[in-house]
Design a protein around this ligand. Structure first.
Ligand code: KIV
Ligand code: ZN
Length: 381
């Protein structure tokens, strides 16, 4: 059913809202904090990437966080992303988030509370009924400041299913327009996503009138797989970060989700507004700002993601790139050819590399160079 969303209006059935939390969940990873100028640069890059919602920070966390959310909120017109501030359930928290996002042309307050038995008992020391009251009061207060309110069930994937449905129903009744069920501890399997989101859609009154959202952590290396499973189960918003940064093992990586959707549109036919050609530069900007490079074999944006060293692969790629590449490097903004010369490389790659460097060798010359190249590559990387 077409949803009429306060920030996005009538949304096409297959349109996925891309919610980026690099500046909030991402920034919470140890050693990844950014100053105001850095956050503003990142915010510009994220807007150019085409994200729909930018979670700019957690305003009550510190005066610096408040200031950066507010500055980012001032930055964009109504054609830019929705600017979102995170808050817990306390009125002071929500009011601080409301104040920070106030200058934004399009603003969202994202309020959350833990709903799993363990979190409620140990972390919150509250009974389930008290948590339900907090859901209603927090969403209600947030709604007094903006029509676009997201509610999250922290540790949602370890929450009792009946209680989760009651909380989601309370949040919708209080006015939430997006319902997010995070896999806070990275515990879920793809089939859990299917089960949970199908259950919410089938059992909760009003669930077809709000955006359901997935927010997956990567503790078991499943964040992207879980996010794709959630989309197949009907979620219309996914939350992710550039380079997959975030608490502990991180969040789902936005570039991996986007390129999986693009490459496998046959299996998951949905649309989004990401300008994929800006992926690599956004990833590199984040690495430069934080000082943390991605690992060389990181999918999509790692140095080796489009590199070929073995002779058989290089030969195949030179004949037809589709032999060993499922995506075009230029689709993520990578323009130069990526044949890495090493001890596994073959004659065809060496000839191509020499051609790139301006040398055309006869076969006997190439043989000679090839022998000397292999001897050198055996000694050096
Ligand atoms: O992982 C999580 O549960 C969160 C919430 C605050 C949405 O980041
Ligand atoms: Zn998170």
């Amino acid at each position: 059913m077409a949803i009429n969303h306060p920030s996005f209006g009538k949304l096409a059935d297959n349109r996925i809202i891309m919610f980026d939390t690099t500046l909030r969940d991402g920034e919470q990873s140890p050693g990844f904090s950014m100053n105001l100028q850095e956050k503003l640069r990142m915010a510009e890059a994220l807007a150019e990437l085409g994200i729909d919602v930018m979670e700019a920070g957690f305003p009550i966390a510190s005066p610096g966080d408040f200031e950066s959310v507010q500055s980012i909120a001032e930055r964009f017109s109504k054609d830019g992303p929705v600017i979102c501030g995170l808050s817990r359930t306390a009125p002071a928290d929500i009011l601080r988030a409301a104040e920070a996002v106030k200058p934004a042309a399009r603003k969202r307050i994202h309020t959350f509370v833990s709903t799993s038995p363990l979190h409620m008992r140990v972390k919150l020391r509250l009974e389930p009924e008290q948590v339900l009251e907090l859901v209603t009061s927090s969403v209600g207060l947030a709604r007094q400041h903006t029509d676009d309110v997201e509610w999250s069930a922290e540790d949602g994937t370890r929450t009792d299913p009946d209680f989760l449905c009651r909380c989601v129903e309370a949040a919708i009744k209080a006015g939430a327009t997006t319902i997010n069920i995070p896999d806070t501890v990275g515990y879920a399997l793809p089939e859990d996503m299917t089960r949970i989101f199908t259950m919410v859609r089938e059992r909760v009154p009003g669930a077809d009138q709000v955006i359901l959202s997935a927010h997956n952590h990567n503790d078991l290396g499943l964040a992207v797989a879980n996010t794709l499973a959630a989309i197949r189960a009907g979620v219309r918003q996914i939350e992710a970060t550039i380079n997959g940064i975030g608490e502990r093992a991180g969040n789902a990586s936005i570039e991996e989700v986007v390129m999986a959707l693009r490459t496998r549109a046959d299996a998951i036919p949905v649309s989004n507004g990401i300008v994929t050609q800006n992926i690599l530069k956004t990833s590199r900007l984040l690495a430069t700002i934080t000082g943390f490079d991605v690992q060389p074999n990181k999918a999509i944006v790692g140095r080796n993601a489009f590199a070929h060293e073995s002779g058989i692969h290089q030969d195949g790629v030179l004949k037809n790139v589709e032999t060993f590449e499922i995506m075009r490097p230029e689709d993520i903004g990578l323009t130069q050819k990526n044949l890495t010369m090493g001890k596994h490389s073959g004659r065809a790659a060496l000839r191509s590399k020499l051609h790139e460097l301006g040398y055309e060798l006869a076969d006997n010359q190439l043989n000679d160079v090839f022998v000397r190249f292999k001897a050198l590559a055996d000694r050096k990387k």
